[in-house]
Design a protein around this ligand. Sequence first.
Ligand code: PLP
Length: 407
Amino acid sequence: MTRAARQIVHRDNVLLTEHAEPDGMDVFAPVTNGDKLNFYGLAVAPEIRWIRNSTNQLVQLYQDYVPGSARAIGLLLQLAEECRALIKELFLGFGDRENCRIEFVGGTSRAVEVALARTGRPRKVIISPFEHPSVMEVAKWFVAVSGAELCPLRVAPQDHFRRWPEQEDALVAQVAEALKDAETATLVLSEVNYATGVVIPVEQVIDRLYRFTSRSALKIVLDGAHAAGNNQNPKGIGKCSSYVFSAHKWLLAPEPCGVIVSFNPPSDELVPYDAWNSALPATTVNVHMLAGLVSSLRLLKKLDMERLWEHSRQLRRRFIDRTQSLFRVVGEGSGMGTTLLLAICPRSERRWKFAASELSAYLQNNSVHALVMSIDPEVAWIRVAFPCFIDFEHVDVLCDVLETTLN
Ligand SMILES: Cc1ncc(COP(=O)(O)O)c(C=O)c1O
């Protein structure tokens, strides 16, 4: 670990020390992943002390009530209801709050699987070019079981820099092509590109698609894994079959938890055996997942999402100011919305000193944990996230390290 990183890794976050509890407990645990500064991008939210303590207390209460007793079950149902109410209050627009159903399952991939299964028996499953590899795995599984055809759409690495209207034309044309020989299809579309953090204007895309096809011929599942809570709230809920997102990423839940939001769902829709629907799941009643989710949502409400986002936006600005002479942000100039997640690559006159695999090890050896991606085989991209528990000094360490990665 570098000396600079060692000095700051256990320092408290400027924003969040304001939120020390009366008993002197700091709300946030150190920003470490082991001894690394964590810019990885929230594959699973790190341990945050306040959330962990609150989770443990709720699990203890459940134990005290005796698992399986009416009182313990009542507690779980009450916590699930609180989660739904907090999600509506913190993340959903007024129009979406009414008439929507919110369910919880054991991860985002499972949420995508359930959402896919509810689209009936599509002949094709179309995967947008912005999907995470896990979603592709779910789709492969689903088509193997259902007999549908898998249809992944493609985008060349350099196309991520094109203006969005051009990208949108290409996307819509590919979907139209895929629909030519399929009576029914399901499209999975991310609201935020997991690799570059740019926002895909999903409502606009959906409106365009439904100009040449119908809602019964094309079902749409929106994947908001990196959208909900990442400087924005889910969009397009009322226009898709299901909107799924992760509680264990930008919502800071300590255990994997996928959320499925369905607007005006048909009353006879299948309830998956492992979903927290209106009753307890038939299997895998994961008490930790629910206790963790309610705890993270309570913390976000207490700290105020808008304030947390503002802190992260400032971190992002600091990072770009410091690195823009050396690195490009992937998608800059495309006109797409930005989030608290971005990818960088060296400016054209610059080169990495390292191959992609060595670059990752170099960052780790210098106390920085960030995702090195090989989406462009010519030049590695690094994904950097600015969640609320990062501080300005951590960003400075990252910038110092990045400056040493180029020739
Ligand atoms: C956009 C997107 N969808 C789905 C997933 C899969 O999430 P999980 O690992 O919770 O199944 C990820 C993971 O990072 C993601 O980024």
